[in-house]
Design a protein around this ligand. Structure first.
Ligand code: GLN
Length: 522
């Protein structure tokens, strides 16, 4: 049976529970344990797909096509695990399931109640078998939130059901620093732990977010008030890069505390993968500037996985990647004067499209390394059709009704696209032999994740290829262009999918690695 670590948070939101949970996973993996991760979000949306990226940051897509919260991206990147729709569960989904079961008569006439019906449903999701040594469950929100209470009750019961020895409660809090008195204040942490205790949950380990290391006196004090050994009070130091967190925890012997809790041998682990990143961050390396032509820049985290993938490719290429945010709505060719590469990310809606088309044209004409993602591939095809193939009114039916729709909804293809809904999740792609794509991936069968509604129309293949844009990746049935490239260009490649969702800091992603390699070649 798996062991469970529940990660809750208190005092304020945005303390980095996702990164803390992922870091615990990294410590366990470094000692040879297998790990699975799950996220429970108490809010009432049935899934995050409909939540505004303006509020919630990027929508992350799993292999099985579930639109989730960006925390799942941290888990996949840190731990290399592949998560699915049962690993991202919201309060809305729980109630939806329970109410549907009630309508279906599954409760055989019983009065349907928060306890046991809702709690049982939550416990069912928590306890889904995983075949891993550990399951780390993050509970979203902050202790004390009304909608979170039923989740706390469920994890309390879960620990009781499986036995307290198989469960560890980790709690992340904040110790604010008061400038005037030069003091770290521990009271909010005490209050938060007490609040958790009101739900019958005694924290076994505390991660206290703080601008500096807690002193021994502070840890003793917190331990005393919070009913746990001072040794289990860990500083979650503010760091400039999230990949330092596993090292911050490792240096405070967090694995030993976990091992002692579960009665496991305390073995040494090697955090070499993370130390390598730490060294890279400190190294004095050349900079490679990538112009990202987008429109969601006012929301931090809207391009989370993209920024990550560029960072990862920098590690692989021994350069520091600097992102220049270029506002597509105000695009001017001058914006590209000082960049080493141009990247057009995914996007929806007409706003900014003209700027993106112009940017793709600029990269093509000036032989600047170019990478297009999803909408970025669509605009590069539209630009090429207009300015090279001479189809002046080429466009996507997403942006214009009166145009030659070189990008449109291909409802007769096997897109899983049932009349205009999104094509979501992993799809196979066959790569053309001898292409740049084949060289980059080192294989001719790949699988990448999608999130889009429109497709480049295959009927323009011959026209595009006659003028020098090659369709280098296709769906296995040959109907959907998945990748394009321009062989005469220094580096010009785009994919209909989102490669950024599968990048990780330890190997990078082939497409991003090759793009940064091309952009950093002077
Ligand atoms: N808006 C485009 C589509 O729906 C591209 C989407 C994207 O870039 N993710 O096809």
């Amino acid at each position: 049976m798996s062991r469970y670590i529940f990660v809750t948070g208190g005092v304020v939101s945005s303390l980095g529970k996702g990164v803390s949970a992922a870091s615990l996973g990294a410590l366990l993996q470094s000692r040879g344990y297998s790990v699975h991760v799950r996220k429970f979000d108490p809010y009432l949306n049935v899934d995050p797909g409909t939540m505004s990226p303006l509020q919630h940051g990027e929508v992350y897509v799993t292999n099985d096509g579930f639109e989730t919260d960006l925390d799942l991206g941290y888990y996949e990147r840190f731990l290399g695990v592949k998560l699915s729709r049962t690993d991202s569960v919201s309060g809305g989904r729980i109630y939806w399931d329970v109410l549907n079961a009630e309508r279906h008569g599954d409760y055989l006439g019983a009065t349907v109640q928060m306890i046991p019906h809702v709690t049982n449903k939550i416990k069912e999701y928590i306890g889904r078998p995983t075949n891993t040594d550990f399951v780390i469950c993050e509970i979203g929100g902050t202790v004390g939130d009304i909608e979170g209470t039923i989740f706390l009750e469920s994890i309390r019961q879960f620990a009781n059901d499986v036995g307290r020895k198989s469960v560890m409660f980790a709690h992340l809090t904040l110790a604010p620093y008061l400038e005037q008195s030069g003091e770290l204040k521990t009271k909010p942490t005490q209050m938060s732990v007490r609040r958790l205790l009101e739900s019958g949950i005694q924290a076994d380990i505390l991660f206290v977010r703080s601008p500096r290391m807690l002193t021994d006196e502070e840890r003793v004090k917190i331990g005393m008030f919070c009913n746990l050994p001072a040794a289990n009070v860990i500083t979650s130091m503010n760091v400039d890069n999230i990949y330092k967190i596993p090292l911050v925890y490792d240096s405070q012997h967090v694995f030993d505390i976990i091992a002692a809790h579960f009665g496991l041998p305390d073995v040494a682990g090697y955090m070499a993968k993370f130390t390598k990143i730490e060294k890279y961050l400190a190294a004095d390396l050349p900079t490679c500037t990538i112009g990202v032509v987008g429109k969601y820049f006012d929301v931090s985290d809207a391009y989370k996985s993209l920024n990550e993938a560029l960072f990862h490719a920098g590690i692989q290429n021994n350069v520091h990647v600097k992102i220049k945010k270029i506002n597509a709505e105000k695009f001017s060719p001058d914006d590209c004067k000082d960049v080493d590469g141009i990247l057009i990310p995914g996007g929806f809606g007409t706003r900014g499209v003209d700027g993106k088309i112009a940017a793709a044209g600029y990269a093509r004409e000036h032989n600047i390394p170019f990478m297009g993602i999803c909408l970025g591939m669509q605009v590069s095809v539209i630009e090429f059709m207009r300015n090279v193939c001479g189809v002046r009114d080429a466009n996507s039916s997403e942006f214009s009704e009166k145009c030659t729709p070189v990008v449109g909804i291909m409802s007769d293809c096997d897109t899983g696209n049932m009349g205009g809904t999104l094509r979501l999740g992993a799809y196979p792609c066959e790569i053309k032999s001898g292409s740049l794509a084949e060289k980059i991936y080192g294989t001719s069968h790949i699988s990448e994740r999608h999130r889009h509604r429109y497709e480049v129309d295959i009927k323009y293949k011959d026209l595009l290829e006659k003028h020098g844009m090659v369709i280098s990746g296709l769906s296995p049935d040959g109907k959907l262009p998945e990748m394009i490239e321009i062989p005469s260009h220094k580096f010009f490649i785009a994919g209909q999918f989102h490669p950024e969702f599968q990048s990780n800091p330890f190997t990078g992603h082939p497409m991003f690695n090759a793009f940064i390699a091309a952009a950093s070649k002077k």
